[in-house]
Design a protein around this ligand. Sequence first.
Ligand SMILES: *Cc1c(COP(=O)(O)O)cnc(C)c1O
Length: 403
Amino acid sequence: MDYERFFVDRIADLRNEGRYRVFAELERMAGDFPRARLHRDGESREITVWCSTDYLGMGEHPAVLAAMHDVVDTSGAGAGGTRNIAGTNHWHVLLERELADLHGTQAALLFGSGWMANLTALSTLGTLMTDCAFFCDDILHNSMSEGIRMSRAEWTTFGHNDPVDLDRAMGACARTRPKIVVCESVHSMDGDTVPVARILDVAEKHGAMVYLDEAHAVGVYGPRGGGIAEREGEAHRISLVQGTLAKGFGVVGGYIAGSTEICDVVRSFGSGFIFSTALPPAVASAALASVRHLKEDDALRRLHQERVVTLKRRLREAKIPVMASDSHIVPVLVGEAQLCKQASDDLLKDFGIYVQPINYPTVPRGTERLRFTPTPLHGNGDIDHLIEGLVAVWRQLGLSAAA
Ligand SMILES: *Cc1c(COP(=O)(O)O)cnc(C)c1O
């Protein structure tokens, strides 16, 4: 076999479809978010970031930076081991306690990333419980579908955020089988929100556990930043919640929170937890400061929601086809991969606006989009400039306006 040829062809396929990923090389500027320097072809220029998942700008919050500095100075750079072998630092334990308190659970467990938390938790539960059946929302994040696949357990999908279809799917499954319902509270690409109480009603009716990914909601929703389940007053009914420290909390790392027993099982049997080095203590300390700040102070969340409402209104007024979403994730439909990339390129080149094109397989073909994430730090001037850029690019490329 000509290996090189094979790899070259696979990449050529991606390029032909307009799906080849080109990374923007950014230099984030603490104190100046959402501004960043973009490095390209030996030059650099200042741009405005419109697609960061640092949803609240906590990645540059003074309390977070101070906490990280302090612990780098006192404890050094790395954790020193896996959690079991010399790597459990005081800050991990404090952070796990804080996260359990945030979600009103008995325990929480940290991972290197939210992706790893999903993979490990779901693969472990699905492997341990003999004859376990998963019921998954049919647009699930890659980290969860990979975890379920890894467990080799049977898996059935139900219509996106559809409790009636979940009820139908579960009705066909023996009452005695262990069951886990898996869904995402705020969908990463569509920005719609799960009807959590109704999903919980159906799951309880069929005697199932519920696993809820709150990656896009923690820090951002709920009176203390506990996510959608907290906002809806349903947190106590979730068996296991998963979150990330990398988005609303602005640092890095992932976690699950639930009963002492479930967390202990994942801690004791989950390969992705056991065999991977613990997070740096300074990272845990920074995340702890972020969680604490957002628990006590609602101001950023309120300003964030105001910015979201304003951006959506301005897009509608300018006839830019903003897709329905009831969250801070604001998708704008382009509908074709090459055009989507072109729109993104033009916004960057002509307006210094950076928004990454979102193409298949992240979203279905025909729904290629630009996904905007306004933060509390995007001012009115930033929104004016974005609208001006979008209107010009829409005209230039002959893209369809909103009805
Ligand atoms: C981003 C994301 C994750 C993974 O979190 P990381 O901390 O970035 O690894 C998990 N689930 C969903 C829905 C996500 O969007």
